[in-house]
Design a protein around this ligand. Structure first.
Ligand SMILES: C[S@@+](CC[C@H](N)C(=O)[O-])C[C@H]1O[C@@H](n2cnc3c(N)ncnc32)[C@H](O)[C@@H]1O
Length: 278
């Protein structure tokens, strides 16, 4: 696997900046880790499919998204839309650190995960808005050219999985996402075997990106990242598809008007796409 990032850069950075990105309880937990344990956890995170959920992971992803936001946004009134957040709170956490009082919006369909997200973020310094709807309908909720940044934090795969479930009449809104995952993986296996994934998912996925570009301000950026989870692989997620999600999406996006891909230094194009609105 191509590493997600440069271990040598992040090891000293995370140790020096942990107090900034972690809350008191998390920072105490981080403080209990030995130097060797921090090194091992960071290496595992960057160089293997993710198998453990640790405070080092949280710290790295928050710091990484801080870098993304600071690189692509230079104003003082940030409005960020995240698509398909689930209950992964790294972006609201980091926004509360680097832009307290800014506006975080998520289009996130699953009811159970939304409740969990709200619980995790209840003490943050943010104007938080959870839209329990398909991101394909986002324009009716927020209007055109409203947000500065749109983030897909490990979400391209989830959006594609939800599109495929919808085709097959499988509920992803009221159900438990993890309980549905084996079924999603079964569908993906069949799509790969029959070579039908592009035929079934590309058009709705591109339609979604087109709608999203409508709610993005001119000059704004859609940032998409990806990495792998070991659990999904163990459950039979087609490994080649999981590893090459970003190159596949990049190829699909070639048909998208009004945006162009930009490349940021030190963000590997295997794991990141940045689309700038013209
Ligand atoms: C597993 S969670 C996402 C996890 C997260 N992105 C992460 O960092 O790993 C899946 C979420 O994606 C949401 N989702 C998938 N497609 C969506 C869409 N088109 N619009 C809104 N939410 C969507 C689901 O409703 C669910 O809440």
């Amino acid at each position: 696997m191509i590493p997600l990032d440069h271990y040598e850069k992040w090891l000293p950075f995370l140790k020096e900046n942990a107090h900034f990105y972690l809350n008191k309880k998390e920072h105490e937990e981080f403080g209990l880790l030995s130097e060797e344990e921090i090194k091992r956890q960071l290496k595992d995170l960057l160089e293997k499919p993710i198998a453990n959920f640790t405070v080092v992971n949280e710290l790295y992803f928050r710091a990484r998204w801080a870098e993304v936001i600071r690189t692509i946004y230079h104003g003082d009134d940030l409005k960020l839309l995240e698509v398909a957040t689930g209950d992964a709170d790294m972006i609201p956490q980091v926004m509360s650190c680097i832009y307290p009082g800014s506006q975080y919006i998520t289009a996130n369909m699953n009811k159970i995960l939304n409740q969990s997200l709200l619980d995790k973020t209840k003490d943050l310094h943010l104007k938080m808005r959870v839209i329990e709807d398909d991101a394909a309908y986002i324009e009716k909720h927020i209007g055109r050219e409203y947000v500065d940044v749109i983030a897909f934090q490990h979400a391209a795969n989830d959006v594609i999985q939800a599109i495929l479930c919808d085709r097959e009449g499988i509920d992803t809104i009221y159900s438990d996402w993890m309980e549905t995952l084996p079924k999603m993986i079964e569908i993906l296996q069949k799509e790969v075997k029959d070579n039908t994934l592009e035929q079934h998912a590309k058009t709705p996925f591109l339609g979604l990106l087109k709608t999203l570009s409508g709610v993005l301000k001119k000059g704004g950026v859609i940032a998409i990242n990806h990495y792998m989870f070991q659990l999904d692989l163990d459950w039979g997620y087609p490994a080649d598809l999981f590893e090459n999600m970003i190159p596949m999406v990049r190829q699909w996006m070639a048909g998208l008007d009004g945006c162009e891909e930009i490349f940021l230094e030190e963000f590997d194009p295997k794991w990141w796409i940045f689309l700038k609105k013209n």
